[in-house]
Design a protein around this ligand. Structure first.
Ligand SMILES: Cc1ncc(COP(=O)(O)O)c(C=O)c1O
Length: 355
């Protein structure tokens, strides 16, 4: 089926581009001129459209507002020195949004619609992507239940949308200290932790706010049944370097299958670094911290690629990570961003040309 010709495009009559100060962007507040929309009705996805970015109207009874039947993705587009646009492993975002939708009993989105919509949108709004390391366009695909009905059952209608927000290089500068969480859980076995379900994020706000009041910037989530194994850091996957080995929790139903995580693992193995994907016990990390074999902890995710952790706290004791020369965190970040911005060859085939 050739779906290409079925994408209806309405361009904006007045671009907002010149009104944006690209030097002072705050994450996720400014959106580009266009958006992608596709409705699911009568058991099928309707003609997808690109429209000028605008508010949408919904019934107050729209199911997503009541039962949280909503999922999303987060990806980025990059521009190289020749103004060519690139995506990073978008196939994996496409697969993951459908995996998330399936878990929430939502219809899967057709691949042709996804890529046709995404690439057309990016080409239309390409001026919003600034070249230069760190500058990018954050791309947010999402799906939500739009049927006007408060019955607690799967909606019969959905909206799939893509909106895009320009983002600047992220220089945190400040320390990242994390708290190992023993009370609250992000995900439980058999639950929705592996899906990018909207409600997963709402449920993190309260425990994270509590940790922040204690002076920590993020939480390290532990397994919900024993609180003895380390799973994720905030909204990132987490890696531990003991001596010269990287360890990260295995993907299962409580952990998001991060695309950056996958890329770090593939890059590290390609470098000859041993990577173990296995449960990581808190006791193992504490012992390694005490004996000096714990060299690094870092988070991985689309927003910042790699986020080195300076210290962590467990049961009232603070542990500091050493300053490691030529850290795995900085090597991995450098390798991945160089591929994203088309600065080096891509031996892994991760870069996806737009257009
Ligand atoms: C819970 C959670 N873990 C991990 C990640 C990192 O995933 P990715 O590398 O695909 O951005 C994210 C961000 O999307 C997340 O929300």
């Amino acid at each position: 089926m050739n779906l290409t010709k079925h994408l209806a495009v309405t361009k904006t009559s007045q671009s907002r581009l010149t009104s944006v100060n690209f030097e002072e962007l705050s994450f996720g507040e400014i959106f580009t001129d266009h958006m992608f929309v596709c409705d699911f009705k009568n058991g099928t996805w309707q003609t997808p459209e690109i429209l000028p970015y605008q508010n949408i109207s919904m019934a107050p009874s729209a199911s997503a507002l009541h039962y949280g039947q909503a999922v999303f993705e987060g990806m980025k587009a990059y521009k190289d020195a020749t103004d060519q646009l690139w995506l990073f492993r978008p196939e994996l975002n496409f697969q993951r949004i459908n995996k998330s939708s399936k878990r929430l009993e939502m219809p899967e989105f057709p691949k042709e619609f996804f890529f046709q919509g995404l690439e057309t949108l990016l080409e239309l709004d390409s001026e919003w992507v600034k070249p230069g390391l760190g500058n990018s366009l954050y791309v947010r695909p999402f799906v939500f239940a739009s049927e006007a009905c408060v019955q607690a059952s799967p909606s019969l209608e959905y909206k799939f949308m893509i909106i895009c927000s320009p983002v600047k290089a992220y220089y945190s500068g400040s320390e990242l200290n994390v708290l190992i969480e023993k009370k609250y859980s992000r995900a439980a076995s058999g639950g929705v932790g592996y899906a990018k379900a909207a409600g997963n994020y709402a449920a993190q706000f309260y425990p994270t706010a509590q940790a922040m009041k204690k002076g920590y910037q993020q939480i390290i989530w532990t397994d919900s049944s024993t609180h003895s194994y380390l799973e994720e850091a905030g909204t990132m996957n987490i890696f531990f370097r003991i001596e010269d080995k990287l360890i990260t929790a295995p993907i299962g139903d409580t952990i998001l299958d991060g695309i950056t995580r996958k890329s770090v693992i593939e890059w590290a193995r390609h470098q000859g670094i041993t990577v173990e994907e296995r449960p990581v016990a808190i006791t193992e990390i504490i012992e390694a911290a005490k004996s000096g074999t714990l060299k690094e902890i870092f988070g991985s995710g689309t927003a910042v690629v790699i986020s080195p952790i300076d210290g962590f706290a467990f049961e009232g004791t603070d542990y500091r990570l050493p300053q490691t020369e030529d850290s795995f965190a900085s090597q991995a970040k450098n390798a991945i961003t160089s591929i994203q911005y088309n600065l080096v060859e891509d031996p892994f085939g991760w870069r996806h040309k737009v257009g």
